[in-house]
Structures are given as C-alpha cells and as structure tokens.
Design a binder for this molecule. Structure first.
Ligand code: PLP
Length: 404
C-alpha cells in the first residue's frame, strides 16, 4: 500500500478547494512588536503582524520576560515530570492561586493549553457525572466539541447565543439529570459576545452548571482582566471558567477555575491533566507576571480599544465592509477561499502586511475572512498603511464596498 499517495490525494483535494494552509515563517522582534522578520524563499523582509492573538503584546512585556528568564536561570528549562510525579513546582502553585483570585474562585487548575483544558475538563465532566447531558452552543470551539465527543455524554446543541432555544432544550431534559451548559464569552471568529447573564439565569432556573470559555476575553475585559463575566459582575454565578495563558497573557497554557471540589475532581480524573508533563516553571512564572500586571494596569486595554475604534473608522471611511461586533476582533469578510488567500499573499508580498487568511475548518466554507486584531502597539501610521493597502486591493479585485 502506498500510504503517501493516500495522504497526497486528500491534500490535493484541499489545495483544489483553496483550503490548503501555508505557514508564514515569522520571527517576532522583541521590543518592536507587532513587527516580525519573515523569511521567504531565499529572502527576508520585515512585516507588520495584524492577526496575532497576543492581543496586548504581553509576550514582550519586561515583567513577563524577566520572570521567564529569572526562573529558567533558577529552576532550569523543563518541569521534569507530570504534575503528579515530580513536575509540580512552587511556580505552578503561585499561578493557580493567581488564577483563582483573578476569577474570584476557590481554586484553579493548569493545563498545557486552552485546547487541552477544554478537552480534558468537558471530557471528564461528561463521562464522570452520571447520565449527564451537555448543552453546547452551536459555534463552540473545536476543543469543546472534541471534549464533549470524548466524554460520550449526550450532547444537545442550542442555536448560537439563542437563550430561548437553550431554555426550550433545558426544559425538555429530565430535571434529575446533571446538565452542563457550555459556551464562550467572546466568539473568536465573528467577535460577538454571548448574553452571559441570560444564559446564567436560564441555567440556574433548570439547575444546570455553567461552563464558560473566556479564552478570547481574559486579560482584555473586566477591571482586572477577569473576562466578560467579570465585566458583567457574573463570575460568582458561573460554575467553571476556562481560559488561556497564550493569548492576551502572551505566554502559553490553559486553565479552569471553580470550586475546590470541582478542580480537585478534574485534577483527580482527567487523563489530559494526569498523563502529561507539566508546563515549564518559567512559563508559569511568566504567566503569573502577566496576569498580575494586567490586574492593575488598564493602559494596554485602553490603548487596544482606541486602536480597534480607529481601525474600524478607517475601514468605514474606505467602505471596506467588516462585521459589526462589540469586541476587539475585526473580521473583514471575503467569502471565497481563493480570493482570501490571494489578498493575504499580496498584502504580505507587496505591502509587508501579514494577515493570515481564515478558511475552513476554522470557519464554515463560504465565510472566509481576514481577521484583524489591533494591539496597543500598532500605530496610527500602521492603520493608515493597512487601510490604504486594502483599499487599493479592493479596487484591483473589484470587491464590493459599503457606503461610508
Ligand atoms: N477556546 C477557544 C474559544 C479558542 O479560540 C481557542 C484557541 O484559539 C482555545 C480554546 C484553545 O486555546 P489555546 O490556544 O490556549 O490552546
């Protein structure tokens, strides 16, 4: 059997639909974010990154880098084991305490990524709570979907952000069964925000626990960066808050926060927690420094919001259509995978602007887009350069404009 031929046949199909992914070779320049060095063929150029999830550029913050470097120097590179078998360091404890405090919860539990935390926590809740039902928003992230699938619990999908549909589905379930309502606060591709209060109220009414993914909100929303639930004063009513250390906090790792019993339960039963090497202590120390900084500093959030408003206004001025939403994510819809990649390639090659095309399976086919995430370190000149490049491409490719 020629296995490579089997692989290549599927890759060819992906290429024909325009959904084959090409990675840019980037080296971010510390001190010069959002600028990066891009190696291509035999050449090299400086590019401005416009699609980073290091939303606040904390990956180059001096406190974060100092903490990481100091901890590598004092503790070495890796954790040395799973959390259970010699891998738990003081830095993991400090970070878990910091996270519990961030969300006003009794406890928190670290994972190696946000993906793993969703997969492990939902997988464990769904499989261990007897006869559980998981009610999942239809646009939940792949990591939640995989966790639910892995749990083999009954899954009920409710219409995206539709509380009436959620209530109808909750009402149809035997009240004696454990129920988990799983949803996100900021949806990363459309940038819309869930009606958390209404979801919590209806979940409480039917005795369901709430599982909230705040991956695209932690660090960014709420007075201390606790997410949209903090901003809305709802953290104490959410059973489990899940987040990442890899986006606004600029490092890597994932976590859940909740009651002692809940975190101890996941710690004790989740294979995705038990059977993998712990995050390096230096990563934990860097994440702790980042969270601490964003608990007291609002400057990064304020500047990011200003840049988001400025980019939206400049796009409107040129009639470049973008999805309206209340978040920091600006999706410019192209709705064609080939055109989307072509525009992204030209932006990179001709203008030194890097924005990765977003295609299937990240978004449904026919909704391909460029997803812009302005940071506090983009300048007004960066915004003008971007919008003038987009405007010239809009003319060249005869793309529809919207009246300003
Ligand atoms: N949850 C959501 C909603 C996400 O968008 C992502 C990643 O983009 C994750 C979880 C996974 O987080 P991480 O990148 O830390 O694995």
């Amino acid at each position: 059997m020629d296995y490579d031929q089997l692989f290549e046949a599927q890759l060819d199909a992906l290429k024909k639909e325009g959904n084959y992914r090409v990675f840019a070779d980037l080296e971010r320049q510390r001190g010069a974010f959002p600028v990066a060095r891009n190696r291509h063929g035999a050449g090299e150029r400086q590019v401005t990154i416009w699609c980073s999830n290091d939303y606040l550029c904390m990956g180059q913050h001096p406190d974060v880098i100092d903490a990481m470097v100091r901890t590598v120097e004092s503790c070495g590179a890796g954790a040395g084991g799973t959390r259970n078998i010699s891998g738990t360091s003081h830095h993991h404890h400090l970070l878990e305490r910091e996270l519990a405090d961030l969300h006003g919860k009794e406890a928190a539990l670290l994972f190696t990524s946000g993906y793993v935390s969703n997969w492990a926590a939902l997988g464990t809740l769904g499989s261990r709570l007897p006869n559980a039902v998981i009610l999942s928003d239809s646009l939940n992230h792949a990591s939640m979907i995989e966790g639910i699938r892995h749990s083999r619990a009954e899954k009920v999908i409710w219409k995206h952000n539709d509380v009436a549909d959620l209530e109808k589905k909750l009402a149809a379930i035997d009240p004696s069964r454990p129920k988990i309502v799983a949803f996100e606060s900021v949806y990363s591709m459309d940038g819309d925000i869930a009606p958390i209060r209404e979801i919590v109220e209806v979940s409480e009414k039917y005795g369901a626990m709430t599982y909230l993914d705040e991956v695209h909100a932690v660090g960014l929303y709420g007075p201390r960066g606790g997410g949209v639930a903090e901003q809305e004063g709802l953290m104490d009513r959410i059973t489990l808050i899940e987040g990442t250390l890899g986006k606004a906090y600029g490092v890597v790792g994932g976590y859940i926060a909740g009651s002692f019993a809940l975190c101890d339960f996941i710690r004790s039963f989740a294979s995705g927690f038990i059977f993998t090497t712990a995050l390096p202590p230096a990563v934990a120390a860097a994440a702790t420094a980042s969270i601490r900084h964003l608990k007291t500093s609002d400057a990064e959030r304020q500047m990011q919001r200003l840049r988001v408003r400025q980019l939206r206004a400049a796009l409107d001025r040129e009639g470049i259509p973008h999805l309206p939403n209340p978040s920091h994510i600006i999706p410019v819809m192209i709705k064609d995978p080939v055109k989307c990649k072509m525009i992204s390639d030209i932006l990179m090659e001709r203008f030194g602007i890097y924005v990765q095309p977003i295609n299937y399976p990240t978004v449904p086919k026919g909704t391909e887009r460029l997803r812009f995430t302005p940071s506090p370190l983009h300048t007004e000149a960066d915004i003008e350069r971007l919008v003038s490049a987009l405007s010239s491409l809009w003319s060249q490719c005869a793309l529809a404009r919207r009246a300003a």
